[in-house]
Ligand binder design. Structure first.
Ligand SMILES: [Zn+2]
Length: 265
Protein backbone atom coordinates (compact mmCIF):
# COMPACT_ATOMS: atom_id res chain seq x y z
CA UNK A 1 0.00 0.00 0.00
CA UNK A 2 2.82 2.32 0.93
CA UNK A 3 4.61 1.58 -2.35
CA UNK A 4 1.39 2.22 -4.25
CA UNK A 5 0.91 5.55 -2.47
CA UNK A 6 4.43 6.63 -3.22
CA UNK A 7 4.06 5.56 -6.85
CA UNK A 8 0.76 7.42 -7.12
CA UNK A 9 2.31 10.50 -5.59
CA UNK A 10 5.19 10.34 -8.06
CA UNK A 11 2.83 10.02 -11.03
CA UNK A 12 0.73 12.91 -9.79
CA UNK A 13 3.80 14.97 -9.09
CA UNK A 14 4.88 14.36 -12.68
CA UNK A 15 1.59 15.65 -14.07
CA UNK A 16 2.63 19.25 -13.52
CA UNK A 17 6.31 18.92 -14.27
CA UNK A 18 8.30 22.11 -14.68
CA UNK A 19 11.95 21.41 -13.97
CA UNK A 20 14.37 19.03 -15.67
CA UNK A 21 14.03 15.29 -15.99
CA UNK A 22 17.54 13.89 -16.25
CA UNK A 23 19.04 12.05 -13.31
CA UNK A 24 17.54 10.63 -10.15
CA UNK A 25 18.39 13.68 -8.07
CA UNK A 26 16.85 16.22 -10.45
CA UNK A 27 13.40 16.94 -9.06
CA UNK A 28 10.26 17.89 -10.87
CA UNK A 29 8.85 21.03 -9.28
CA UNK A 30 5.14 21.38 -8.56
CA UNK A 31 3.98 24.68 -7.04
CA UNK A 32 1.28 24.38 -4.36
CA UNK A 33 -0.76 27.27 -3.01
CA UNK A 34 -1.04 27.52 0.76
CA UNK A 35 -2.86 30.86 0.70
CA UNK A 36 -3.52 33.68 -1.79
CA UNK A 37 -2.80 37.14 -0.47
CA UNK A 38 -1.98 40.75 -1.29
CA UNK A 39 0.74 42.85 0.32
CA UNK A 40 -0.21 46.43 1.20
CA UNK A 41 2.01 49.11 -0.36
CA UNK A 42 2.47 50.61 3.11
CA UNK A 43 4.55 47.54 3.98
CA UNK A 44 7.41 48.66 1.74
CA UNK A 45 10.14 51.22 2.27
CA UNK A 46 13.42 52.18 0.68
CA UNK A 47 16.26 54.41 1.79
CA UNK A 48 17.63 54.73 -1.74
CA UNK A 49 14.74 54.67 -4.22
CA UNK A 50 11.44 56.50 -4.33
CA UNK A 51 8.65 55.35 -6.63
CA UNK A 52 4.89 55.78 -6.38
CA UNK A 53 3.69 52.79 -4.38
CA UNK A 54 0.42 51.05 -5.19
CA UNK A 55 -2.15 50.52 -2.44
CA UNK A 56 -1.37 46.78 -2.62
CA UNK A 57 0.51 44.17 -4.63
CA UNK A 58 -0.53 40.64 -5.63
CA UNK A 59 1.22 38.03 -3.52
CA UNK A 60 0.70 34.52 -2.14
CA UNK A 61 2.02 31.94 0.26
CA UNK A 62 3.47 29.14 -1.85
CA UNK A 63 5.15 25.82 -1.23
CA UNK A 64 6.77 23.58 -3.82
CA UNK A 65 6.52 19.84 -4.01
CA UNK A 66 9.62 18.13 -5.37
CA UNK A 67 9.18 14.71 -6.96
CA UNK A 68 11.99 12.40 -7.99
CA UNK A 69 12.22 9.57 -10.52
CA UNK A 70 12.66 6.99 -7.78
CA UNK A 71 9.34 7.97 -6.18
CA UNK A 72 10.61 10.20 -3.39
CA UNK A 73 8.63 13.36 -2.63
CA UNK A 74 9.79 16.39 -0.67
CA UNK A 75 8.62 19.93 0.08
CA UNK A 76 10.32 23.28 0.27
CA UNK A 77 8.63 25.10 3.17
CA UNK A 78 5.17 24.33 4.48
CA UNK A 79 3.23 27.61 4.48
CA UNK A 80 0.86 28.02 7.42
CA UNK A 81 -0.34 24.51 6.65
CA UNK A 82 -4.09 24.22 6.02
CA UNK A 83 -3.88 25.21 2.34
CA UNK A 84 -0.94 22.87 1.78
CA UNK A 85 -2.86 19.99 3.38
CA UNK A 86 -5.79 20.64 1.05
CA UNK A 87 -3.48 20.74 -1.99
CA UNK A 88 -1.81 17.44 -1.04
CA UNK A 89 -5.16 15.78 -0.35
CA UNK A 90 -6.54 16.90 -3.73
CA UNK A 91 -3.52 15.30 -5.42
CA UNK A 92 -3.88 12.16 -3.28
CA UNK A 93 -0.37 12.57 -1.92
CA UNK A 94 -0.22 11.11 1.61
CA UNK A 95 1.69 13.20 4.17
CA UNK A 96 3.55 10.00 5.07
CA UNK A 97 5.05 9.89 1.57
CA UNK A 98 6.92 13.17 2.12
CA UNK A 99 10.44 12.16 3.09
CA UNK A 100 12.05 15.59 3.44
CA UNK A 101 11.04 19.17 4.12
CA UNK A 102 13.55 21.91 3.32
CA UNK A 103 13.09 25.16 5.23
CA UNK A 104 14.11 28.56 3.82
CA UNK A 105 13.79 30.34 7.17
CA UNK A 106 11.95 30.20 10.45
CA UNK A 107 8.82 32.32 10.15
CA UNK A 108 5.25 31.13 10.74
CA UNK A 109 4.25 31.24 7.06
CA UNK A 110 7.14 28.84 6.27
CA UNK A 111 7.26 26.41 9.21
CA UNK A 112 3.67 26.65 10.51
CA UNK A 113 2.64 23.66 8.42
CA UNK A 114 5.16 21.34 10.10
CA UNK A 115 2.49 20.69 12.73
CA UNK A 116 -1.10 19.65 12.12
CA UNK A 117 -3.95 21.46 13.82
CA UNK A 118 -3.99 18.80 16.58
CA UNK A 119 -0.32 19.52 17.38
CA UNK A 120 1.00 16.31 15.86
CA UNK A 121 3.73 16.30 13.19
CA UNK A 122 2.17 16.96 9.79
CA UNK A 123 4.86 14.93 7.98
CA UNK A 124 5.72 12.12 10.38
CA UNK A 125 8.40 10.46 8.23
CA UNK A 126 10.12 13.57 6.88
CA UNK A 127 13.55 14.78 7.82
CA UNK A 128 13.40 18.53 8.40
CA UNK A 129 16.37 20.32 6.83
CA UNK A 130 17.24 23.76 8.23
CA UNK A 131 20.39 25.84 7.78
CA UNK A 132 22.51 25.66 10.93
CA UNK A 133 22.99 29.43 10.83
CA UNK A 134 19.23 30.06 10.65
CA UNK A 135 18.44 27.53 13.37
CA UNK A 136 21.02 28.97 15.76
CA UNK A 137 19.90 32.56 15.07
CA UNK A 138 16.31 31.51 15.75
CA UNK A 139 17.33 29.91 19.07
CA UNK A 140 18.84 33.26 20.15
CA UNK A 141 15.82 35.32 19.02
CA UNK A 142 13.10 35.73 21.68
CA UNK A 143 10.71 37.29 19.12
CA UNK A 144 10.54 33.96 17.30
CA UNK A 145 10.51 31.70 20.37
CA UNK A 146 6.84 30.76 19.89
CA UNK A 147 7.76 28.89 16.71
CA UNK A 148 9.37 26.21 18.85
CA UNK A 149 5.96 24.50 18.79
CA UNK A 150 6.53 23.79 15.09
CA UNK A 151 9.87 22.04 15.68
CA UNK A 152 9.18 20.35 19.02
CA UNK A 153 7.16 17.39 17.64
CA UNK A 154 9.84 16.62 15.03
CA UNK A 155 12.95 17.57 16.97
CA UNK A 156 14.71 14.21 16.48
CA UNK A 157 14.27 14.45 12.69
CA UNK A 158 15.87 17.89 12.25
CA UNK A 159 18.97 17.95 10.05
CA UNK A 160 21.12 21.08 10.24
CA UNK A 161 23.07 21.89 7.08
CA UNK A 162 25.80 24.30 6.02
CA UNK A 163 25.70 26.45 2.89
CA UNK A 164 27.27 25.79 -0.53
CA UNK A 165 27.24 22.01 -0.11
CA UNK A 166 24.76 19.88 -2.08
CA UNK A 167 22.14 18.22 0.11
CA UNK A 168 22.75 14.49 -0.31
CA UNK A 169 20.82 13.22 -3.34
CA UNK A 170 18.09 15.85 -3.24
CA UNK A 171 19.31 17.96 -6.15
CA UNK A 172 19.39 21.08 -3.99
CA UNK A 173 22.27 23.41 -3.26
CA UNK A 174 21.59 25.72 -0.29
CA UNK A 175 22.88 29.27 -0.69
CA UNK A 176 23.00 31.97 1.98
CA UNK A 177 21.07 35.14 1.08
CA UNK A 178 20.67 36.87 4.47
CA UNK A 179 18.77 39.99 5.44
CA UNK A 180 15.20 38.80 5.68
CA UNK A 181 16.52 36.58 8.48
CA UNK A 182 20.17 35.89 9.41
CA UNK A 183 20.22 32.45 7.77
CA UNK A 184 17.69 33.01 4.99
CA UNK A 185 18.29 30.21 2.49
CA UNK A 186 17.85 30.10 -1.28
CA UNK A 187 17.83 26.60 -2.78
CA UNK A 188 19.36 26.17 -6.23
CA UNK A 189 17.47 23.36 -7.93
CA UNK A 190 19.53 20.91 -9.98
CA UNK A 191 19.02 20.53 -13.71
CA UNK A 192 18.22 24.13 -14.65
CA UNK A 193 19.08 27.66 -13.59
CA UNK A 194 16.20 27.57 -11.15
CA UNK A 195 16.01 28.71 -7.55
CA UNK A 196 13.53 28.58 -4.72
CA UNK A 197 14.11 32.10 -3.45
CA UNK A 198 12.02 32.13 -0.26
CA UNK A 199 11.38 35.69 0.91
CA UNK A 200 13.83 37.49 -1.39
CA UNK A 201 10.71 39.29 -2.63
CA UNK A 202 7.31 39.92 -1.05
CA UNK A 203 5.95 41.98 -3.97
CA UNK A 204 7.67 40.79 -7.13
CA UNK A 205 6.12 43.57 -9.25
CA UNK A 206 7.80 46.19 -7.06
CA UNK A 207 10.99 44.60 -5.80
CA UNK A 208 12.42 43.13 -9.01
CA UNK A 209 12.43 46.43 -10.93
CA UNK A 210 13.18 48.33 -7.69
CA UNK A 211 15.25 45.99 -5.49
CA UNK A 212 16.00 48.80 -3.01
CA UNK A 213 12.52 48.33 -1.53
CA UNK A 214 12.17 46.10 1.52
CA UNK A 215 9.11 44.76 3.25
CA UNK A 216 9.00 45.63 6.92
CA UNK A 217 9.43 41.90 7.64
CA UNK A 218 13.10 42.04 6.57
CA UNK A 219 15.14 41.92 9.79
CA UNK A 220 18.20 43.62 8.28
CA UNK A 221 17.01 45.76 5.35
CA UNK A 222 20.46 46.73 3.98
CA UNK A 223 21.54 43.09 3.82
CA UNK A 224 18.20 42.09 2.30
CA UNK A 225 18.70 44.65 -0.48
CA UNK A 226 22.25 43.38 -1.12
CA UNK A 227 21.00 39.78 -1.23
CA UNK A 228 18.20 40.69 -3.65
CA UNK A 229 20.60 42.50 -5.99
CA UNK A 230 23.08 39.62 -5.88
CA UNK A 231 20.42 37.03 -6.68
CA UNK A 232 18.99 39.18 -9.49
CA UNK A 233 22.44 39.14 -11.09
CA UNK A 234 22.21 35.33 -11.26
CA UNK A 235 18.98 35.59 -13.26
CA UNK A 236 17.28 32.29 -14.08
CA UNK A 237 13.90 31.03 -12.97
CA UNK A 238 12.65 31.94 -9.51
CA UNK A 239 10.10 30.02 -7.49
CA UNK A 240 9.10 32.33 -4.66
CA UNK A 241 7.19 31.91 -1.43
CA UNK A 242 5.32 35.17 -2.08
CA UNK A 243 5.27 35.42 -5.87
CA UNK A 244 1.62 35.26 -7.09
CA UNK A 245 0.65 31.63 -7.71
CA UNK A 246 1.98 29.54 -9.40
CA UNK A 247 4.81 31.50 -7.93
CA UNK A 248 7.27 31.20 -10.77
CA UNK A 249 8.96 33.94 -12.83
CA UNK A 250 11.92 34.24 -15.19
CA UNK A 251 14.29 37.09 -14.40
CA UNK A 252 15.50 39.13 -17.34
CA UNK A 253 17.55 42.28 -17.63
CA UNK A 254 16.58 45.23 -19.83
CA UNK A 255 19.23 47.15 -21.83
CA UNK A 256 19.07 49.96 -19.24
CA UNK A 257 20.18 47.49 -16.56
CA UNK A 258 16.86 47.19 -14.74
CA UNK A 259 15.42 43.76 -14.00
CA UNK A 260 12.06 42.33 -14.94
CA UNK A 261 10.14 39.30 -13.76
CA UNK A 262 8.21 37.47 -16.47
CA UNK A 263 5.61 35.00 -15.17
CA UNK A 264 6.20 31.34 -16.10
CA UNK A 265 3.09 29.18 -16.14
ZN1 LIG B 1 7.37 34.66 4.22
Amino acid sequence: MKRLSVFLAAVLCGAAAVAGTEGESVPRVVPLLDRASRMPGSLFHSTEEKVGLKSSYPSAINVVLLSYKDGRCALIDTGFGPGLQRELAERKIPCGSISAVFITHIHPDHVGGLVAEDGRPAFPKAKIYVARREYEAWQRDPRRAALGKCFEPCRERIVLFDFDKALENWGLLPLLYPGHTPGHTVFKIAGKEAYFVGDIVHAVDLQVPHPGYCAKYDMEPARAVASRRELLMRGGVWYGSHIPFPGCVRISRAPDGTFRAVPVN
